[in-house]
Design a protein around this ligand. Structure first.
Ligand code: IDP
Ligand code: MG
Length: 136
């Protein structure tokens, strides 16, 4: 009971653009996730750079931040028992080519950069990422 967790999910620009919001939310609902907070926003590149700071030394950092700020996104707080890990499983591997059948990225991801969804990778980072978007 105390293992009810919250995690941050983002529907990325490629998926919002293709009107996949409802389909992706249905996948979450069907797996028992509750969306307890959400908003549709477009962020500035400097905000994307702060959000993805952990990747700042990576060769793909600049493109990644340009991409995340390129169009509307839907940021959501998902609630469920073991939400962090279960969301990562449901998302599938970073590269849609490697993602298991039935996962969101296998279904909808276009490429490693346009992979449709973001999900926090640990309970600790989930707290940081939820605060990033929802603390006012
Ligand atoms: P994750 O989204 O599965 O947690 P991370 O390694 O945290 O993957 O990378 C963050 C995002 O950066 C990925 O979702 C993907 O869009 C992008 N990315 C990761 N690795 C590469 C790469 O090798 N080339 C281009 N983009 C990448
Ligand atoms: Mg990550």
């Amino acid at each position: 009971m105390s293992d009810v967790e919250h995690t941050l999910s983002i529907i990325k620009p490629d998926a919002v653009e293709r009107n996949l919001e409802k389909n992706i939310k249905k996948i979450f609902f069907d797996k028992g996730f509750k969306i307890v907070n959400e908003k549709k926003i477009q962020i500035e590149k400097n905000e994307a750079e702060r959000f993805y700071k952990v990747h700042e030394t990576k060769p793909f950092y600049n493109d990644l931040c340009s991409y995340l700020s390129s169009g509307p996104i839907i940021v959501m707080v998902l609630e469920k028992k073991n939400a962090v890990l279960d969301n990562r499983k449901l998302m599938g591997a970073t590269n849609p080519k490697d993602a298991d059948e039935g996962t969101i990225r296998a279904k909808y991801g276009i490429s490693i950069d346009k992979n449709s969804v973001h999900g926090s990778d640990s309970v600790e980072n989930a707290k940081i990422e939820i605060d990033f978007f929802f603390k006012d």
